[in-house]
Design a protein around this ligand. Structure first.
Ligand code: FES
Length: 116
């Protein structure tokens, strides 16, 4: 019988934003720079805590290495491309705060398999 490990802790959040900082979709560090700006932008939008809190995480590759920075919003299953600082602000204001995805920046939507 294996020893029980301590269960990791994770604070409550409403959505999870994943951003690829891999070198193939953003060659010049744009995605990393964007990630570093997110803390302040989330705070200004009021989504750093409370009911709309967004957790952010860097990933290495989504295997869709074109036209980054690339961002995925879960559990919505929405994937954005060309996330410039201006487009990130739109995603924050329109999607993460107001709940309306920014249609022209979406390159993929997850298939809804549970009738949700
Ligand atoms: S390196 Fe970003 S999707 Fe592959």
């Amino acid at each position: 019988m294996s020893e029980l490990k301590e269960k990791p802790k994770l604070g409550d959040y409403n959505r999870h934003l994943l951003i690829c900082t891999g070198a193939r979709c953003t060659e010049n560090g744009e995605a990393q720079a964007l990630f570093e700006q997110m803390g302040e932008k989330f705070k200004a939008a009021g989504i750093d805590k409370g009911a709309l809190r967004v957790k952010r995480t860097r990933t290495q590759c989504f295997a869709t290495c074109t036209s980054g920075p690339l961002v995925c919003i879960q559990p919505d299953g929405i994937w954005y491309y060309n996330v410039t600082p201006e487009n990130l602000q739109r995603i924050i204001d329109e999607h993460l705060v107001a709940g309306k995805p920014v249609e022209e920046l979406i390159y993929h939507r997850a298939t809804q398999i549970n009738g949700a």
